[in-house]
Ligand binder design. Structure first.
Ligand SMILES: *[C@@H]1O[C@H](CO)[C@@H](O)[C@H](O)[C@H]1NC(C)=O
Ligand SMILES: *[C@@H]1O[C@H](CO)[C@@H](O)[C@H](O)[C@H]1NC(C)=O
Ligand SMILES: *[C@@H]1O[C@H](CO)[C@@H](O)[C@H](O)[C@H]1NC(C)=O
Ligand SMILES: *[C@@H]1O[C@H](CO)[C@@H](O)[C@H](O)[C@H]1NC(C)=O
Ligand SMILES: *[C@@H]1O[C@H](CO)[C@@H](O)[C@H](O)[C@H]1NC(C)=O
Ligand SMILES: *[C@@H]1O[C@H](CO)[C@@H](O)[C@H](O)[C@H]1NC(C)=O
Ligand SMILES: *[C@@H]1O[C@H](CO)[C@@H](O)[C@H](O)[C@H]1NC(C)=O
Ligand SMILES: *[C@@H]1O[C@H](CO)[C@@H](O)[C@H](O)[C@H]1NC(C)=O
Ligand SMILES: *[C@@H]1O[C@H](CO)[C@@H](O)[C@H](O)[C@H]1NC(C)=O
Ligand SMILES: *[C@@H]1O[C@H](CO)[C@@H](O)[C@H](O)[C@H]1NC(C)=O
Ligand SMILES: *[C@@H]1O[C@H](CO)[C@@H](O)[C@H](O)[C@H]1NC(C)=O
Ligand SMILES: *[C@@H]1O[C@H](CO)[C@@H](O)[C@H](O)[C@H]1NC(C)=O
Length: 417
């Protein structure tokens, strides 16, 4: 989809452009949305536009409980996991995305171990072949991998790892068993990291660079009872030496913290170590929310130097009702921004601010390729909302640019672009 560069907007005529988004929800449907942007005359920024979010089509192959989407934009493939909340098994479904319409055609569907909630694609580190695998984190089981044919989007099961833990963690209700919540590819493409909410571990797997098969490496313990959920890497290149340093930022769901770590790779791919730097609450310097069950969820690195984190069940705001005819304001949870340091402050970060998330339970959000729009998936509101992001300041918008209702609890939203 063509998208205007909004920072050179003096040349902008009031020409509409559109982008697709894909949304998963616990209703089981994966929905294709279109975000249409009509710039105002003399528009200078993404907020100087009218936006409209509309539903184009939906596909129920990822029923009953679609929980996460991973997109391969190069091959126009979409992978959906169904958490199968009331079933002993989940499923994995692959789709081809139709050019122009964004319509989804199911390619393959397979039963999986219980409760898949997240996935990531990975390829060889220094290899131009089309070999590709998808790793899937199962909240109630462990890790599976699938070999993918990127041209067809077909896949076959390759490896399975059932995780165990010796005893319940400090939060007995949530930590009686391992609960891997995400699978993250490291910047060297040599390791997969899995924050495990039940075990208070970041589990580590080494990727064989030619076969792409996985071997477990020592897990990294984090604060007991914190419940690690999602993380993101930052790489800082040293222009002088040509080298690079890596940092990892981890969000915990039970303690509502964000912690940065220096990443040290051990010799002979033996594993990696994480050395903590900054740690703070995910709502920054705001006083502890009184809302029961505040649960930080998603984290993203934006413009290589900023972090955005979503806080669920912490309704600091009341915002305009998504129904423009209804004058009653609705509670809104928050997005939190953090600024990563440079130079002597590398690997450390400071709090920016909170802003509204657009409704209740921002389980997941995605920043667009231009890094000036944020799409938020609101699980309890059944909404996708779009906010502007100011590229100069990193601040997120206060006013919803566009929103659309999606049937069921929204679990993830990704940009098609
Ligand atoms: C933007 O929306 C406003 C309010 O609905 C409308 O008055 C205006 O004409 C729209 N502008 C464009 C460029 O579509
Ligand atoms: C955009 O910038 C130009 C030049 O600075 C200014 O004349 C114009 O009013 C701005 N447009 C808007 C919508 O703010
Ligand atoms: C869900 O998708 C199916 C098509 O796969 C469609 O028939 C149904 O209307 C969709 N439901 C909603 C609420 O969009
Ligand atoms: C999961 O899917 C089932 C079957 O459609 C549905 O009854 C249930 O409400 C869904 N779970 C959630 C949390 O939405
Ligand atoms: C489905 O779940 C059952 C029970 O946990 C498990 O034994 C079986 O291996 C699962 N099937 C697949 C294909 O993963
Ligand atoms: C996908 O792969 C499976 C297993 O290799 C095969 O049985 C099936 O026919 C393939 N499906 C398509 C659409 O190519
Ligand atoms: C996973 O491993 C544990 C411990 O070995 C075992 O009790 C459990 O049945 C296994 N689960 C599955 C689904 O295979
Ligand atoms: C990767 O797998 C190949 C084939 O099994 C094996 O020969 C090689 O030693 C493995 N590399 C590492 C680093 O384990
Ligand atoms: C890339 O990986 C494939 C699959 O392991 C292997 O057959 C091929 O030789 C590798 N190519 C290069 C250039 O390393
Ligand atoms: C970059 O590398 C050079 C040469 O190794 C080193 O002197 C310098 O301290 C490094 N800079 C940073 C910011 O790490
Ligand atoms: C207006 O919004 C409030 C809050 O969401 C809701 O409780 C109420 O039912 C709505 N009123 C109408 C007429 O839809
Ligand atoms: C909280 O942090 C913000 C941003 O760093 C700062 O502007 C504000 O003064 C701080 N408030 C308190 C009470 O410390």
């Amino acid at each position: 989809m063509f998208f205007h560069n909004l920072l050179t907007a003096t040349a902008l005529a009031a020409v509409a452009s559109a982008k697709h988004l894909y949304v998963s929800s616990y209703s089981g449907n994966v929905t294709t949305l279109s975000l249409t942007q009509t710039p105002h005359a003399n528009a200078n920024s993404s907020s100087d536009s009218n936006y409209t979010l509309t539903t184009l089509s939906s596909n129920n192959a990822c029923a009953p409980n679609a929980s996460f989407l991973t997109i391969d934009r190069i091959h126009q493939n979409l992978f959906c996991v169904n958490e199968g909340i009331v079933n002993p098994n989940g499923s994995l479904v692959s789709f081809k995305i139709s050019p122009n319409s964004g319509e989804l055609t199911k390619i393959n569907s397979a039963i999986t171990p219980a409760a898949p909630v997240n996935s990531v694609l990975y390829t060889p580190p220094h290899n131009g072949t089309s070999k590709q695998l998808l790793a899937v984190a199962h909240y109630a089981w462990g890790l599976t991998t699938y070999t993918v044919d990127p041209d067809t989007a077909n896949f076959t099961l390759t490896q399975s790892f059932n995780f165990t833990q010796a005893k319940a963690g400090p939060n007995a209700a949530r930590q009686a068993a391992p609960h891997p919540h995400q699978v993250i590819l490291d910047p060297t493409k040599k390791f997969l990291l899995l924050p495990d909410l039940g075990s208070d571990l970041v589990r580590v797997f080494h990727i064989n660079s030619s076969t792409l098969t996985l071997t477990a490496r020592p897990s990294i313990p984090v604060a007991p009872g914190s419940g690690p959920r999602h993380g993101v890497f930052q790489t800082v290149h040293n222009g002088t030496s040509g080298g690079a340093k890596h940092y990892f930022f981890l969000v915990t769901e039970l303690a509502n913290t964000i912690t940065s770590y220096d990443v040290h790779y051990q010799p002979f791919d033996a594993g990696l170590e994480l050395f903590p730097r900054t740690s703070m609450k995910t709502y920054g310097n705001h006083s502890e929310p009184v809302f029961a069950g505040n649960a930080a969820a998603e984290i993203a690195l934006v413009c290589d130097r900023e972090l955005v984190v979503s806080n669920r069940n912490a309704s600091f705001y009341h915002i305009a009702n998504p129904d423009p005819r209804n004058a009653t304001e609705v509670p809104s949870d928050t997005l939190a921004t953090f600024r990563i340091g440079a130079g002597a402050q590398e690997g450390r970060f400071s709090f920016g601010e909170l802003s509204p998330a657009g409704g209740s339970f921002p389980r997941q959000f995605s920043v667009d390729g231009g890094e000036d729009l944020v799409a938020v998936g609101l699980q309890n509101s059944g909404l996708v909302v779009i906010y502007a992001r100011d590229k100069a300041t990193g601040r997120l918008g206060r006013e919803v640019l566009a929103s659309v209702e999606v049937e069921g609890a929204v679990t993830s939203v990704v940009w098609g672009e």
